[in-house]
Design a protein around this ligand. Sequence first.
Ligand SMILES: Cc1cc2nc3c(=O)[nH]c(=O)nc-3n(C[C@H](O)[C@H](O)[C@H](O)COP(=O)(O)OP(=O)(O)OC[C@H]3O[C@@H](n4cnc5c(N)ncnc54)[C@H](O)[C@@H]3O)c2cc1C
Length: 388
Amino acid sequence: MSTVHDRADVVIVGAGILGAAVAYFAASAGLSVTVVERGSIAAGTTSRCEGNLLVSDKEVGPELELALYSQTLWRGELAEHAADWEFEAKGGLVVSSSSRGKAALDALVTHQRGLGIHVDDVADAAALREIEPYLNPSMAGGAYYPEDAQVQPVLAAHHLLRLARERGARLLTHTTVGAIHVVRGRATGVETTAGRIDAGAVVICAGPWSGEVAALAGVRVPVLPRRGFVLVTEPVPATVHHKVYSAEYVENVASSDAGLQVSSVVEGTPSGTILMGASRERVGFDPSFSSEAVGRVARAGIELFPVLADVQIMRTYSGFRPYCPDHLPVVGEDARVPGLWLAAGHEGAGIGLSVGTAKLLVQSLRGEETDLSLEPFRPHRFEERVPA
Ligand SMILES: Cc1cc2nc3c(=O)[nH]c(=O)nc-3n(C[C@H](O)[C@H](O)[C@H](O)COP(=O)(O)OP(=O)(O)OC[C@H]3O[C@@H](n4cnc5c(N)ncnc54)[C@H](O)[C@@H]3O)c2cc1C
């Protein structure tokens, strides 16, 4: 193994989607960048998710603003690379099985429209079936979000890193960060299995392991794993045309319950396979198969699309969403240890939010005014005292 004793403006811990996006924007801004990854590119949660870029599932607030900002980047300055990461503007359809649920969805839609989100009302079951012919005819109605899109997350991470490296960034894979150097209260670099790297900024992009890595600098950042299973069917002729999910999904995303929660999310892919999710449970980093979670995800999917009862499940996979207790990511410099930065904790939305997060973080790192305030995402917020 080669030994480095190196210096960079920015050292990034983790080469998932967040590390890749931060590397891209930092290198594009002319900073010298080294990315350190203990496995290979996208070895963590980024290779165990679905890659939806959603505005539809966000409640009104800072996360939705970050999602909208990220959408402008995916569709704007990054659009020339869209084919590299299979950007697909597939649209999202949220459906409700009851008139009570439809009324709650309508209230959310009203708020979202106020923020400029394009949402089409889908009044009843007949209108739903015009959009998705195989949908359960007993649904009460829904809302269609043409701005919801999708990318292939592993490709996105690979290509953002390729672009970063073309701009001078260095990538060390199969190299673990085992210590963070803190000198007179300031983070000054990292110790890796390949040697020491000094840096003006240490940026933790370690997904669900970010809390462990932050602890190396002596700070507590409560990023926890929230496990989710995805079921992949055999390829079938076009059956599901959009990302389709039940309105309860929004509630489950926002819930802090540690127990198993399941709501149906079903989407077709260009290859003909259908992806079915979504389960959420806090079981630490337990990778074992759960027949209960998988069974409930399958039943929920069949409830939405009864035709799926006759389709074979080809495989399942699971991943650990990086979850923060207040459901907001941690982005920016940690006031407790200047020089220590975080871009983590995006839970089930890290692919969509990655590019906005990274651009804002790099603006802040360069001392520029940020396009959106990072205040709601400050990493040290969990330990601030509430004035009496
Ligand atoms: C089932 C499921 C479905 C999902 N669907 C979507 C979706 O549709 N849309 C969406 O936007 N998001 C989705 N997500 C969430 C998304 O996958 C994550 O938010 C995102 O991948 C997090 O990326 P990351 O770069 O922060 O973390 P990761 O991809 O986990 O990357 C962190 C990296 O850090 C490395 N690392 C850790 N510790 C060290 C160390 N000490 N030294 C060096 N390297 C280290 C790890 O090896 C890893 O590669 C889903 C998640 C799951 C589980």
